[in-house]
Design a binder for this molecule. Sequence first.
Ligand code: NAI
Length: 402
Amino acid sequence: MGKAIDFKENVLSVPDDPVIPVIPGDGIGPDIWSAAQPVLDAAVARAYGGKRRIEWLPVAAGETAYNATGELLPQATVDAIRKYRIAIKGPLTTPVGKGFRSVNVQLRRTFDLYACIRPVRHFPCVPSPVKDPDSVDMVVFRENTEDLYAGIEWDKDTPEVKKVMDLIKELTGTELRPDSAIGIKPISETGSKRLVRSAIRYAIAHKRPSVTLVHKGNIMKFTEGGFRRWGYEVAAEEFGDVTITAADVRKNGGVVPDGRIVIQDCITDAMFQQVLLHPADYSVLALPNLNGDYISDALAAQVGGLGMAPGSNIGDGYAIFEATHGTAPDIAGTGKANPGSLILSGALLLDHLGWGEAAELVRAGVTNAVSAKIVTTDLARQMTGATEVSCSAFGKAVCDMM
Ligand code: NAI
């Protein structure tokens, strides 16, 4: 029997045989999980010679769970994640229709997974729309709980929107168009600081050169401007001995003192240009929710699409790792799905456990398989001279080549 991961005084304590709940998911979910699990097990076995192993605990959510239990997110699944703290999931269907809340959103809220983390790098030979995808190596920290995604909106012509308009007129003198809908954009010091704190901790742990605060504070001075200001504050107050601002680097003749992480900021629209024109200048990005949503997908496209992009949602003491694409119902069960995103999400999970050696083996296996042009249909059809293999055969190639 495996053991539960513990979390005390902000530190995870990981046994050598942790139990990790798995939601294989809907559509291609079971296909890609069947390919990914042997890869993760092989990497752990190879890295630690049998001293460590993961006990995967299958749990249900999404359409599969709904059909079996009438619930999209059964309580037993929530309880298992609460007990074991770290989970991995495939994509989930949100049935179309009123009254169905996204399971992904429910999981994020239930476990207060406030940072959506997406590393973006290019794997050799993966087709990309840009000239030099290899210079992209960024990790996006997107705030996951507030901003325009907090869900506070009023439709036009409702009594609520009328009240809000009256209040706005009273407070600011501004009269809005009477046929407006209104949404609220809350950005807090607490939410911003904990997100930037986790980005800086990541930069320290992974020896990254910089953290860039990406914001639209020139226009939204208190919300996005606040995000920027609180980001610099948390860097100075809590990490002053290991960080330096870009302004201080300039004062220092452009020299970054040894071991210091540069904290800089960039206006969001300029950032979209910068990641295309000068990607090598950026390493860890920290962003409010909406900007983070946009840039995560844009960056994934820059290195060849969501099929290979891993993701994670992290809170204090809880984390869920996930494939970033959907359930691809058009190819479910055909063996055509690319399991790359879930396999690489598994590598992030291994990193999170502190099992970096195994994580590196997984990434090496993927890099070697893709460099040898052994790929699934989605990539094969964009490459010349590729060997097209099934979902499970790609997993096997990754195991063989790690
Ligand atoms: P999708 O990502 O499932 O599919 C878009 C296109 O990409 C399709 O042509 C599909 O075949 C292809 N594709 C996606 N993943 C692939 C993979 N691993 N290998 C090869 N080809 C792949 O997006 P769509 O069609 O918008 O959504 C389908 C369902 O997935 C919906 O129910 C949606 O709610 C759900 N979804 C779930 C997500 C999650 O659980 N994180 C994220 C996005 C969508």
